[in-house]
Design a protein around this ligand. Structure first.
Ligand code: GRF
Length: 202
């Protein structure tokens, strides 16, 4: 299975995929795209010998045009699954239609709680005692698609967003790696009777 990764930032989730799924179990990361020139994720791709490209907002007249260009670039590279690994842009419907039920995202909260930006801070401000990570199929909403995997951990009293994120990062990495492996193995499907439910046959 050829995977395309979209990333805007540090790229630690991309690195987890490079280290643990790329080149094994029939999975290959074929392409990495970013909206940000200079994103460390691009260096991680380069070090792994993975082709990458920047699609900056300024190069396109609209989000739809940029997304169409990204989708075409990924399709030319044979990408079958798109992984959002810290991609800080919302995708337009046109992009999602190019990869139906084939775009996944990782979010640092136990969805449907705390969607959107600053999820960890939202959770801290709410006073939660546990938080976690969710991997889901992307739909047209903000962090609203069908959940594939979730994992919870305790939020230690007095945590700030940075220390909480440091605790969560290894959990995110494990969860995303597991989700990609399960999808590659053909064990993940959306319940035909309830499109909110993802069924995993392990
Ligand atoms: C992760 O916390 C992920 O859940 C969120 O963005 C962050 C990306 O981190 N969507 P990195 O760039 O993979 O290190």
């Amino acid at each position: 299975m050829s995977v395309g990764v979209l990333a805007s930032g540090a790229g630690t989730n991309l690195q987890a995929l490079i280290d643990h799924v790329h080149g094994g179990g029939g999975v290959r990361i074929a392409a990495v795209a970013s909206d940000r020139a200079g994103a460390p994720a691009l260096e991680r791709a380069a070090r792994a010998g993975i082709e990458s490209r920047v699609f900056a907002a300024t190069e396109f007249d609209s989000r739809a045009q940029r997304d169409a260009a990204i989708a075409a670039w990924l399709q030319e590279r044979g990408v079958e699954l798109v992984v959002l690994a810290g991609y800080m842009q919302l995708l337009t419907d046109g992009f999602l239609e190019a990869f139906p039920d084939r775009v996944i995202n990782i979010h640092p909260a136990l969805l449907p709680a705390f969607p959107g930006l600053g999820a960890i801070q939202q959770a801290i401000d709410h006073g939660v005692k546990v938080f976690g990570a969710s991997v889901f199929f992307v739909d047209g909403g903000v962090d609203s698609g069908p959940l594939i995997l979730q994992r919870a951990i305790e939020l230690p009293a007095g945590s700030d967003a940075e220390s909480a994120h440091d605790l969560l990062r290894p959990v995110e990495h494990e969860l995303l790696v597991e989700a990609v492996r399960l999808i590659a193995a053909g064990t993940v499907r959306i319940d035909p009777h309830n499109s909110r439910r993802v069924v995993i046959s392990r």
